[in-house]
Structure formats: C-alpha cells, structure tokens
Ligand binder design. Structure first.
Ligand code: NAG
Ligand code: NAG
Ligand code: NAG
Ligand code: NAG
Ligand code: NAG
Ligand code: NAG
Ligand code: NAG
Ligand code: NAG
Ligand code: NAG
Length: 520
C-alpha cells in the first residue's frame, strides 16, 4: 500500500509538471541518452532484484541488491587520452528516493567500489562511482612492491584526478543521465567516501564546492602526503629490538583499556575519549620483570617504550621539531602491526619513489624527516592533498559535511581530523564551523568501519539519515546513532559532534541504549 501511494504521488506530480515519464523500469532508453560530451556508455543492463550479491567490505556480510536497477557502464575522456571508467546504478522508479549519490574510492583506487554503491542503491539512491581516472594495472594491480613502477603516479593528470577531480568529472554527466532517465533532476546530491574517499570528500568541498549538498567523509586521508610520512615514521621506529609483536600490542591496549575504560562512567571495553585519559606506558617497563613475562609480552622493554611513544607523538621535522602529522592515540595499539609491516610498503614507498623523487631506487630508509619533507610538500602535496583551512565557498552554497573518525583507526591517525577542524575554526571566513561541518569521533571505531578487536563497539554508523535531515530539513545532527556491534548484541550508542562526547544520563541508565546518553 505504502509504495503504491508513493508511486501514485510521483506519477501525479510528474504529470502536473509536464515532465516526460520515461519507462524507467528497463534500460532501453539509456543508450539513447548518450549525448553528453566526452561520455561513452558502454553498456546498460537491467539487473533483477537480489540477483547481484556483493560483500560488505567492512563487515564481510552479504550485500544483495534489494531493488532491481539499471546498471550502466561508461567512460569519460579527460586530459587528452586519459579515461575515467564509471558506473551509474539507477533503481527502478518506484524504489528511487529522488536523490543522487556519488561514492568514492579506497587506497590507490583504480577500481570501482561496487560494495559502497550497493549500500546507497539499497537506500534508493541513483548512485555513481568511478575508478578515479586510472585502471588497476596503472597502480600495480592492487599490490605494490618496493621499486615498482606505478604508472598513474607518473601522470600529472591521473594523479590530480585520483583524489582531487575524478568525482567532479563524473558527477555532472551521471547526474544528467539520472535526470533524463527519471524525467526530473534529483532533488539533492550527496557524496560519501571513506579513507581515500574521505580525502575525495574534502577535495570536493575545497575544489568543487558547488557540486554537492551533503558530503560524508569518513577517516579522511586528506593530508595524504603527510599521512604516508606517518606510516614511514611508525615503521622506522618499531624495528628490530623496538618491534612490537601482537602479544605486546594486545598487552598494551588491554592494560590501557582497563585504566581508561571507566572514565566515562561506563565499563564497556571502549575508551570514549582517549584524550581524557592520561597514562604513562613507562609503568609497563620490564625492569625486574620475570623472563617469562618478557617473553610473553607482558611488559615493555625500553626500545619498545620508545617506539610506542614515537608512534603516539607522530613524525617530527628534524630541523624544527614541529609535528609533520599527528600521532596515534591511547588504545589504538592493537592494530599497529599494519603500521609496522605493511602500510609504509603499500603507500609511502610507491608514492615517494614514483611521485616525489621519481627514482625507483630511492631508499625510503634514507628518507630525511627534514629536507625531504620539503620535497614532499613541493612535489606531492599540490596534487593529492585537500587541507585548506577555508571552506567558506562550500558553507556559502549551503553545503553540509559530516566527518567521522575511529579512535582506533590503524591507518589514519585519529587526531588529524581534530587538528584540521581546529584549523577550520580559526578561519574567520568559515563562520561558525558546526553550522556546516561536524566531526564525530568513534570509540572503538577502526578504519572505515568496526575494529575487529573492539567487538562491543557498534559497527553501523547511521550517518546517511542524519546528513539527509541536516541538508533537507535543517535538522542539526546533534548526534549520530550507531548500532550492530560485532559481538551480536543489540547495543546502540550515540556519536557526538566533537569536542562533545557521549555521557550516560545517570546511574542505572541502560548503557546499551543510545537514548540513555547525552552529548556533552
Ligand atoms: C515507472 O515505470 C513504469 C514501467 O515502465 C511506468 O509505467 C511508470 O509510469 C513509471 N513511473 C514513473 C513515476 O516514472
Ligand atoms: C544534459 O546533457 C544534454 C546533452 O548533452 C545537454 O543538452 C543538457 O544541457 C545537459 N543538462 C544539464 C543539466 O547538464
Ligand atoms: C597517453 O599519451 C601519452 C603521451 O602520448 C602516453 O605516454 C600515455 O601512455 C598515454 N596513456 C594512455 C592511458 O594511453
Ligand atoms: C597488471 O596486470 C596487467 C594485465 O594483466 C599486466 O599487463 C601488467 O603487467 C600488470 N602490472 C603489474 C605492475 O603487475
Ligand atoms: C601491502 O604490503 C604487504 C606487505 O608487503 C603485502 O603483502 C600486501 O600485498 C600489500 N597490499 C597492497 C594492497 O599493496
Ligand atoms: C590479541 O587479541 C585479540 C582479541 O582482541 C585476539 O584475537 C588475538 O588472538 C590476540 N593475539 C595475541 C597474539 O595475543
Ligand atoms: C613518563 O614517565 C617517564 C619516567 O617517569 C618520564 O620520563 C616521562 O616524561 C613520562 N612521560 C609522560 C608523557 O609523562
Ligand atoms: C636514486 O636513488 C638512489 C638511492 O637512493 C641514488 O643512489 C641515486 O643517485 C638516485 N638517482 C637519481 C637520479 O637521483
Ligand atoms: C524531514 O521532516 C519531515 C517532516 O517531519 C519528515 O517526514 C522527513 O522524514 C524528514 N526528512 C529527512 C531527510 O529527515
């Protein structure tokens, strides 16, 4: 009944407004729409409901298409012979929510993130995404080795497209196709991305502020050029005797957790705000500990303590002592193996060798956290960073932006989005920043989803409904509800606009119910 009346309403409005009603339940009209400059539609195929089953990249759950949709593959030519592949998914007209969504990329991109597209399709969006302007073969087919030639990083156009421009290139033509498919323009336009996609979100607000009404940027790597220096710093400080194995990392996080967990009045295996916990890991020093506790990682050697403190502190400029990128926070240690063993190989090495020094033999162990930082700032930053402190153009067009960041994100230092927010708040042109941009820190949150080591943390962040209400109804997002922890419980919680955090209303309140918390 409900969908019938919605359909009836839509048809009535369409007729009243004199718009063409396209037969939107098949794809046959799409190739005829192929008239946008520089855009090629390679295929348009109808996909029956529940017939395309993907996997949710953050939880591993099955992700089928709840609605039938028209799946369009296309390409956009840019900067000479370059090509940006895109997909546009148009839900059957009765399930279409009247809104356009572009979704972003992860890592070095080169592929289309269909699992993110599916999440938006299942909410009724017309959803578009691209490969960021280069294909997988151009970034090493998804794996990187030392001294590997990464073609896209040698093309200025492709490098610039990757984070700064690819979404802006695909949005106008795919939105135009959406309009002509349904017979009227989408009422609102959104972007959603995490990690590299979060950086793309900031790039949209900075370089293309007119395009989107609402932007969701998760775990934003928008200071990419310095994030990779943090990876390198962390790896360099945790080698040999300073290596932190999983048992040691577990011991450290567990000890910190038991010290800091209750500070917010709720003992739940989570640290609500690690900045409120002062803890000196020197108290875990092995002095006088038994050989067996040393062996089993139940205490920290001096080199290990130095490594952990270096990672908390983050990279420093050897000339000035100034911070190059913020460090990682108390309670995030459990997933630092990624920092120690792979992220620098996956990101720092290829970007330094291919983009910054254009020398595949460049030895990243010799990277000088002084003069070489200038080379990074000169050669990489203008092409890949989106760290302006002035987002007033986005504010003036009425744009709204939600940023989320997991406190235990093993990739992105959790303090970076806080530092960037503080910089935005110091810029007068931005006015009152919370009027258009809010940051929500996630206790137990990992990189773009739940951290498996914190199973009590709700894993689903209901950003979409909060952002929509803010954009469309001017309802301030005083909190964002989270649900579905990996432990299978029904716990719900609230994320609060930084610098607020969630506080239990009183003794006896049910700490598994978001309604028991206030943001303060
Ligand atoms: C939706 O598609 C059906 C079948 O093609 C068509 O009859 C109907 O008019 C369309 N409705 C709208 C609102 O476009
Ligand atoms: C959509 O594309 C058509 C064909 O290129 C063009 O005539 C029209 O102006 C475009 N509309 C918008 C809103 O961009
Ligand atoms: C584009 O053209 C340049 C210069 O002619 C060439 O080096 C490059 O390989 C071409 N790129 C692609 C993706 O074909
Ligand atoms: C990536 O795959 C393509 C096609 O299989 C191959 O030609 C190319 O050499 C591969 N590139 C790398 C860096 O492995
Ligand atoms: C990341 O680095 C690790 C260690 O070198 C490697 O096994 C893995 O394949 C890399 N992943 C990517 C996506 O490059
Ligand atoms: C570390 O802790 C996780 C649970 O948080 C556990 O699954 C894993 O086995 C532990 N690893 C070691 C080496 O203790
Ligand atoms: C931690 O304690 C050690 C030894 O007492 C001291 O040298 C160090 O400055 C302390 N660190 C912090 C961050 O307080
Ligand atoms: C490339 O890096 C290697 C190792 O750091 C160095 O010996 C060599 O001189 C560099 N080549 C150029 C052209 O700078
Ligand atoms: C906007 O408010 C109306 C009326 O309260 C409500 O029905 C609608 O769901 C709200 N829209 C959003 C996106 O929250």
């Amino acid at each position: 009944m409900k969908s019938l009346s919605r359909n009836f309403l839509a048809i009535t409005i369409a007729v009243l407004c004199g718009q063409p009603i396209l037969a939107a339940n098949d794809c046959s009209s799409v190739t005829a729409l192929n008239r946008v400059n520089g855009v090629t539609i390679n295929s348009a195929k109808w996909v029956a409901g529940n017939s395309l089953v993907l996997t949710d990249s953050s939880t591993g759950a099955k992700l089928p298409n709840e609605y039938p949709f028209c799946r369009i593959h296309g390409a956009i030519a840019y900067a000479g012979n370059n090509s940006l592949r895109f997909e546009l998914w148009l839900p059957e007209n009765k399930s279409y929510n009247g809104r356009y969504m572009a979704t972003g990329n992860g890592g070095l991109a080169g592929t289309i993130d269909t699992s993110s597209m599916m999440q938006s399709l299942n909410r009724g969006y017309a959803v578009a995404a691209g490969d960021s302007g280069h294909n997988e073969a151009s970034n090493g087919n998804g794996t990187t080795q030392p001294e590997q030639y990464i073609p896209f990083l040698h093309s200025k156009s492709q490098t610039k497209a990757w984070i700064h421009d690819s979404i802006a290139k695909l949005t106008p033509p795919t939105r135009n196709l959406t309009m002509r498919y349904y017979g009227s323009a989408p009422r609102f336009s959104y972007f959603s991305g995490c990690s590299t996609g979060g950086a793309q979100g900031f790039a949209l607000a900075q370089f293309h502020p007119e395009l989107f009404d609402g932007i969701y940027a998760g775990s934003p790597g928008n200071w990419y050029s310095h994030l990779i220096l943090a990876f390198l710093w962390n790896a360099r400080h945790s080698r040999d005797a300073a290596f932190l194995d999983q048992a040691t990392l577990n011991f450290t996080t567990n000890a910190i957790l038991s010290h800091c967990d209750g500070l917010d009045g709720v003992v739940d295996g989570l640290i609500e705000n690690p900045l409120k916990c002062s803890f000196n890991i020197t108290s875990f020093a092995c002095h006088g500990s038994s050989q067996s506790s040393r062996k089993s990682g139940k205490c920290l050697t001096n080199p290990q303590i130095a490594a952990i403190n270096a990672i908390y502190q983050g990279p420093r400029d050897s000339r000035t002592g100034q911070s190059i990128y913020p460090g990682y926070t108390l309670g995030s240690e459990k997933q630092w193996l990624l920092q120690e063993t792979s992220l620098y190989l996956n990101y720092s090495t290829p970007i330094l060798q291919n983009l910054v020094f254009r020398n595949l033999s460049f030895d990243t162990d010799k990277f000088d956290f002084g003069a070489d930082v200038d080379a990074v700032d000169t050669c990489a930053s203008p092409l890949i960073d989106a760290i302006t402190t002035d987002l007033s153009a986005f504010r003036r067009r009425g744009g709204k932006m939600v940023v989320t960041q997991g406190w235990t994100d093993p990739y992105n230092g959790a303090l970076w989005p806080i530092r960037h927010l503080e910089q935005l708040q110091k810029t007068e042109a931005n006015g009152r920043v919370p009027d258009f941009l809010n940051l929500y820190m996630i206790p137990g949150g990992g990189h773009c989803g739940p951290a498996s080591f914190f199973p009590s943390a709700p894993s689903t962040y209901h950003v979409d409904s909060a952002l929509r209400a803010w954009v469309e109804n001017d309802t301030f997002p005083e909190h964002i509800i989270t649900s579905r922890p990996l432990d299978g419980s029904r716990r719900t919680r609230k994320l609060c606009p930084w610098p607020q955090s969630a506080r239990l209303k009183g003794h006896g309140a049910d700490s598994d119910d978001a309604a028991s918390f206030v943001c303060a």
